[in-house]
Ligand binder design. Structure first.
Ligand SMILES: Nc1nc2c(ncn2[C@@H]2O[C@H](COP(=O)(O)OP(=O)(O)OP(=O)(O)O)[C@@H](O)[C@H]2O)c(=O)[nH]1
Length: 519
């Protein structure tokens, strides 16, 4: 890759783009690479000086009578001449056009006169002419000070096509004569063939002629991503698609993309697309005439815009419908995920936390307690003689009792507590920040509730169950892990099992000592 060198005020400046080395070598070898006539070279030289003046421009241009005539005619054309006063001298014409427009006019005229126009050049140049008018109109509203340079860059944005056609006539024949190709597709094909597109080659050519670096850089960036931070670049970048729409057999469809871009851009309120199109229509004949070309037939702006807006409306509706569907799908997927997660934590029979969730939570809470020097109690509950209950009333009744007990347990805990089914007819409750005494109060409440409330009925007969409860409190046993704490509560529960069932025991301070609670 080779960086492009540009001359600016006799300093070498490097443009922020690179061309493949093979391409630069081929371009430099090309004997028919477009060159500028002496008069244009002189105008460019003046453009590069620190304070170029209208007089200097006019003096240089006057050496070419044909060019002088064109510049005067352009200055007197409808757009550049708001007043009816005609100019007759090159100096007046240059003053009226401004330095940037004069420079653009001189260069385009020189290039076209130089090479003659075939139908394909005609197409490329007509795009540039329309684009330059569109860009200028946009710039007048978005960045008035830059309207001149923007016009020039937009007019010269496709000069790279001339260089590529001269250097690669065979490849170009297929590429540039394919009328069905959109400008974007053209750029993509150039990228594939030459490793860059004609905007970069155009910048290279312009730099080689010695145009001021900012102009070469704008040509280079003319086909890039829309730069909404830079109104002058955006004006140039939007101008190409507007010109494409103008020249297309289906202008409304192409204009939709432009309208959408407009609506997304904050400064767009300042611009009426209708006025822009009217403006192009008004100015196009004069500019085309100066370049000895025939302007394409005028568009019906009103209906064209209405159609574009209608298309945009339809597309927006379709987009919104798609968005709504996507959002609904996303919400449903999220819901499914939430449900799946919930299910993976839940014991299906009782709706309480399942064992794996209990274990995970125990480990987390144990670590937290250690970190923050807090306590917690674990209450291990086992339904008594559950096998007998199953045997007597059936497994289904057993299930029903487990469900009812689960609900009872859930109704007795507070926010922040965690109740779960450890397995079979065993349950576990975690009471954060509670000591053994508070856990005993809780355990007694369970026992009491079971005494008062039957867990099922056999016909009309109430079925009561009793439970054996073991308690262990983190503060009391020097426990090294969550598992040790659970084991201790389990052991306390077994103590009750072995001593008659239907009671509460607390794991004591001195290791395995278990204290039954009687009342
Ligand atoms: N209906 C039903 N029974 C279950 C379920 N899970 C475990 N069981 C039964 O619960 C009974 C537990 O029996 P054991 O471990 O001997 O305990 P127990 O009969 O309650 O005796 P103790 O605990 O010593 O009072 C077994 O018969 C299991 O089949 C369940 O989901 N539904």
């Amino acid at each position: 890759m080779q960086a492009i060198q540009a001359m600016d005020n006799s300093k070498d400046l490097v443009l922020t783009t690179e061309l493949p080395s093979f391409l630069v070598a081929d371009l430099l070898k090309c004997p028919t690479l477009p060159t500028l006539p002496a008069v244009a070279v002189n105008v460019l030289k003046i453009a590069r000086t620190e304070h170029p003046s209208v007089n200097d421009y006019a003096n240089a241009i006057e050496r070419d009578p044909a060019l002088t005539m064109r510049i005067i005619t352009l200055a007197n054309s409808a757009f550049f001449s708001r007043s009816h006063i005609k100019v007759h001298a090159c100096q007046e014409a240059t003053a009226r056009l401004g330095l940037d427009t004069t420079l653009a006019a001189v260069m385009s005229f020189s290039l076209l006169q130089n090479r003659g126009i075939d139908v394909h050049y005609q197409r490329v140049w007509m795009r540039s002419i329309i684009a330059s008018l569109a860009a200028r109109h946009l710039a007048i509203h978005l960045c008035p000070d830059m309207a001149g340079p923007v016009f020039t860059a937009a007019l010269l944005q496709d000069i790279g096509v001339m260089a590529l056609r001269a250097t690669y006539p065979k490849e170009s024949n297929n590429l540039y004569t394919e009328i069905a190709l959109s400008h974007r597709q053209l750029s993509e094909s150039e990228q594939r063939l030459f490793g860059c597109d004609h905007s970069q080659v155009g910048a290279w050519l312009a730099a080689k002629w010695g145009v001021p670096t900012p102009l070469a850089q704008r040509i280079c960036d003319s086909h890039g991503e829309y730069d909404i931070t830079s109104p002058d670049m955006l004006s140039i970048q939007l101008s190409g698609p507007i010109a494409d729409a103008w020249l297309s057999p289906h202008p409304a469809q192409l204009l939709v993309a432009v309208v959408r871009e407009f609506e997304a851009y904050q400064g767009s309120q300042a611009i009426s697309l209708r006025h822009l199109l009217e403006n192009i229509q008004e100015q196009l004949p004069a500019l085309a005439d100066m370049l000895q070309m025939t302007a394409p037939s005028l568009q019906d702006n009103e209906s064209l815009l209405a159609e574009a807006q209608q298309l945009l409306f339809q597309q927006t509706l379709q987009l919104k419908a798609r968005l709504d569907t996507n959002q609904a799908e996303l919400a449903s997927l999220r819901q499914q995920q939430v449900e799946l997660e919930e299910r993976s934590r839940t014991d299906m029979l009782t709706g309480l936390a399942n064992r794996s969730w209990l274990e995970e939570q125990m480990h987390k809470r144990f670590a937290l307690c250690q970190e923050q020097a807090r306590i917690m109690s674990v209450v291990f509950i086992d339904l008594d003689h559950f096998k007998k209950l199953n045997d007597k009333y059936g497994h289904q009744m057993g299930d029903h009792v487990l469900q009812k007990f689960g609900k009872t347990l859930q109704s007795l805990i507070r926010e922040g507590d965690l109740a779960g089914r450890w397995g079979g007819e065993e349950f576990l409750v975690v009471l954060p920040d509670e000591d053994a005494q508070a856990a005993q109060v809780f355990a007694k409440r369970i026992a009491q509730r079971l005494e008062n409330t039957p867990m099922a009925h056999d016909d009309q007969d109430p079925i009561h169950v009793s439970v054996s409860i073991g308690i262990a409190c983190l503060g009391d046993g020097g426990f090294g892990s969550a598992d040790e704490l659970i084991d201790a509560a389990d052991k306390s529960m077994y103590f009750i099992k072995h001593t008659g069932r239907g009671g509460i025991a607390v794991y004591g301070e001195r290791g395995a000592a278990v204290t039954p609670i009687n009342d």
